[in-house]
Design a protein around this ligand. Structure first.
Ligand code: FMN
Length: 308
């Protein structure tokens, strides 16, 4: 019998639908599935209030953990043949609940020497978050063997508008009645099962060596070169903002509130003014950057780390 653990956190249910589809397709007479839902002690409310949405920025980006509710201790007494780790991105980083889990003693125990497949469901900016998750997995002595990243496939600015509508109104429906639906499409959520036969085969053979290459061919990860650049740049700038705001004190502190309002305006400016300029620069320099782009696409599609 092969034991598979599915670890996830999901506010709207999108990520749960994704990992749930994978798990249902994996279940077999020789494959047993266990779920571990990550639950923060103080739940993040959904839909988001604008203040709360911005208030999680410094702690998300600086990867500061929060207390989690205790889970069934039985889960931690088993050794798993594979762990599927479903996570979403908050501010270019793994969401606070998932970061908190990965930094916990429970995660160290569960993940030690265990193959892990990460499953991401986000808007579209996940590349640097995955680098952060790779580091967290290394600190748990886990072996990253696969990555599936599902995103909103619409153009960047459309997805910004539609996800804002979803996060603040709470409904995954069409903004103003005519924009495309936000987030990962129903089609992609249902199609995620196409990766399962390769995962099962690797699990049964206990050999995950070529798994990522196989599932990338099936479309598990699609790297948009502009987003590599945008993600890196945004990480540099977010780092400055996050440290500055964090120093102002805890949630509710008036100085922090003021800094968060400034950050809100800055974010709008970055998305609607800076990003299009960076995009033009990207297009103009594309030909000179071609080799680097090909190298980076290969690296970010893989489960390699910078050190190997
Ligand atoms: C506070 C917050 C920050 C987010 N930041 C990002 C981001 O930086 N990049 C991205 O691609 N998606 C981002 N998202 C979208 C989430 O990754 C995710 O798709 C969405 O919250 C739905 O996830 P869930 O219902 O499964 O929890 C953010 C969402 C929230 C709530």
């Amino acid at each position: 019998m092969k034991e598979v653990l599915v670890v996830y956190y999901s506010q709207t249910g999108q990520l749960f639908d994704i990992v749930g589809n994978i798990a249902s397709a994996m279940k077999d007479k020789d494959i047993n599935i266990t779920y571990l839902e990550i639950v923060p002690k103080n739940a993040y409310k959904f839909p988001w209030k604008k203040d709360a949405f911005f208030d999680v920025f410094p702690e998300s980006f600086l990867q500061i953990p929060i207390p989690l509710k205790e889970s069934d201790p039985e889960i931690f007494n088993k050794k798993y043949d594979l762990i599927i780790l479903g996570y979403q991105v908050w501010y270019l980083s793994p969401s606070i609940p998932i970061n908190s889990f990965l930094k916990s003693e429970n995660a160290k125990k569960l993940l030690n020497n265990t193959p892990v497949i990460t499953v991401i469901g986000c808007r579209n900016m996940w590349i640097q978050a995955q680098e952060k998750v790779k580091n967290l997995l290394i600190s748990c002595n886990a072996k990253l063997v696969g990555n599936i990243a599902l995103v909103d496939r619409h153009i960047n600015h459309i997805s910004v508008l539609t996800i804002t509508h979803w996060m603040f109104k709470g409904k995954k429906d069409r903004f103003l009645g005519f924009f495309p639906k936000p987030g990962v499409s129903d089609k992609d959520i249902n199609n995620v099962v196409v990766f399962v036969p390769s995962v099962k085969e690797a699990l049964r053979k206990n050999n995950f060596m070529d798994l990522q290459k196989k599932i990338v061919k099936l479309g598990a990860v699609k790297i948009k070169p502009f987003l590599i650049l945008a993600d890196k740049r945004a990480n540099l700038l977010f780092s400055k903002w996050a440290n500055l705001i964090y120093k102002k004190g805890e949630a509710g502190n008036p100085k922090r509130k003021k800094a968060l309002i400034l950050f809100n305006y800055y974010l709008l400016f970055a998305i609607w003014v800076i990003a299009p300029i960076v995009f033009i620069v990207f297009l103009v320099t594309y030909i000179f950057m071609y080799k680097k782009i090909i190298r980076e696409k290969k690296y970010y599609s893989s489960v390699d780390t910078k050190n190997n």
